[in-house]
Design a protein around this ligand. Structure first.
Ligand code: CP3
Length: 349
């Protein structure tokens, strides 16, 4: 059965589209009143681990905001959890991993083989969601990038600088690479299993890659992103989102990734130049700008599309949607992309 709306997949394949597809990172959850109601009834990992709940939350932005793709409701921290670590989610505070990775022993005891089995609830949620979507829009699977997962596994929680994670890498680089490779192996299995369960494309979130200098990014982040893209690309198109690491765009545009996500620290024109116009770009609306008045949002969205062009482009935010964004403003973002007319903008001017 073919998809009724396959704009996202066309854009990733570099095929002609009548308008750019649009979705929003972290669109499932956070700001939607129906999600907030569910949050009062079930704790975070119950929502993630119950296929019916994960499916319901995944569909909310498709039904209520009109995005061109669904992203499965889950979390990047299900991987450390499946590898045997305790992961707690403190409502309103964020993740907490009480037993952090400190030494060789800690790394050796992490599971790699049965991780996929331990994540079977994700596959069940995907199968159910695929069925409920009924081919309306593509379904996006995802995982955290090895560097970003190392950050949480070593630091134990969110951080402004992730200095403990960096200290681990800078003082014990061999151990860091062992850990990064273990995460990479599990992530590849996991993403392949997601494709088997029905996802049409996958995104790898390297949310904290911008914490690294260009040189350290090349050592601790990039090789693992490329390994994942190389291993999974034959199964489904891969979008890499190395937030803050604009300096890596030229090299990553020559990888097997189908798309690159970018944040708002560079202009669309800069991103196009750095990637020689040869890859699909996704982004890069400042999520805080969704708090501006609607007419301002509309103007900024049109300007963003003018900058990227309508082809090989996926309209999105430059990072996750914020919890305090009014639903109307999220809708205005999506609708402005859908209304965008290339003729009245880029071609004529
Ligand atoms: O995109 C989607 O809507 C799918 C669902 C999704 C969640 N987390 C649900 C979630 C996705 C793609 C993620 C990825 C994720 N998780 C990332 C990478 C993306 C990014 O924004 O950088 C990161 C770094 C995490 C780790 C994480 N999970 C943090 C730091 C937090 C707490 C702060 C927050 O709200 O983001 C979470 C919890 C979490 N994951 C929530 C949701 C909806 C909020 C918790 C709640 O609503 O109770």
């Amino acid at each position: 059965m073919s998809l009724k709306n396959d704009l996202l997949l066309k854009a990733l394949r570099g095929e002609h589209v009548e308008r750019p597809p649009v979705w929003m990172m972290r669109q499932a959850g956070r700001y939607l009143p129906d999600y907030i109601k569910l949050r009062k009834k079930y704790d975070f990992f119950t929502r993630v681990q119950t296929p019916e709940l994960a499916c319901e939350i995944t569909l909310q932005p498709v039904d209520q905001v009109g995005v061109d793709a669904a992203i499965i409701f889950s979390d990047i921290l299900v991987i450390p959890q499946a590898m045997g670590m305790t992961v707690l989610m403190e409502e309103g505070k964020g993740p907490l991993l009480p037993e952090t990775v400190k030494n060789k022993e800690d790394i050796e005891k992490l599971h790699t083989k049965d991780a996929e089995e331990r994540l079977s609830y994700v596959m069940q949620a995907l199968t159910l969601t695929k069925k409920e979507l009924n081919n309306r829009v593509p379904l996006i699977g995802f995982a955290g990038a090895p560097w970003t997962l190392l950050c949480y596994m070593v630091e134990g929680k969110g951080s402004k600088s992730f200095d403990k994670a960096k200290q681990f890498c800078f003082t014990q680089p061999e151990l860091a690479h062992q850990l990064l490779q273990k995460i990479t192996d599990v992530t590849i299995q996991y993403l392949k299993a997601q494709v088997k369960a029905g996802v049409d494309t996958v995104q790898v979130f390297d949310s904290w890659s911008g914490m690294l200098s260009p040189e350290d990014f090349k050592t601790f982040a990039q090789p693992y992103l490329i390994q994942i893209a190389d291993a999974v690309s034959a199964d489904a198109p891969v979008i890499l989102f190395p937030k803050g690491s604009w300096y890596a765009l030229p090299e990553l545009s020559n990888s097997s990734a189908a798309g690159l996500g970018i944040d708002w620290s560079l202009t669309p024109q800069m991103a196009r130049e750095m990637t020689h116009n040869n890859i699909t770009l996704q982004g890069n609306f400042d999520p805080s700008k969704l708090l501006a008045p609607i007419p301002e949002i509309k103007k900024a969205v049109r300007k963003m599309i003018d900058g990227f062009g309508t082809q090989r482009y996926i309209a999105n935010l430059g990072h996750g949607i914020l919890p305090n964004v009014p639903v109307d403003h999220a809708k205005a973002f999506v609708e402005t992309v859908k209304e965008y007319s290339a003729v009245s903008n880029s071609v004529v001017s």
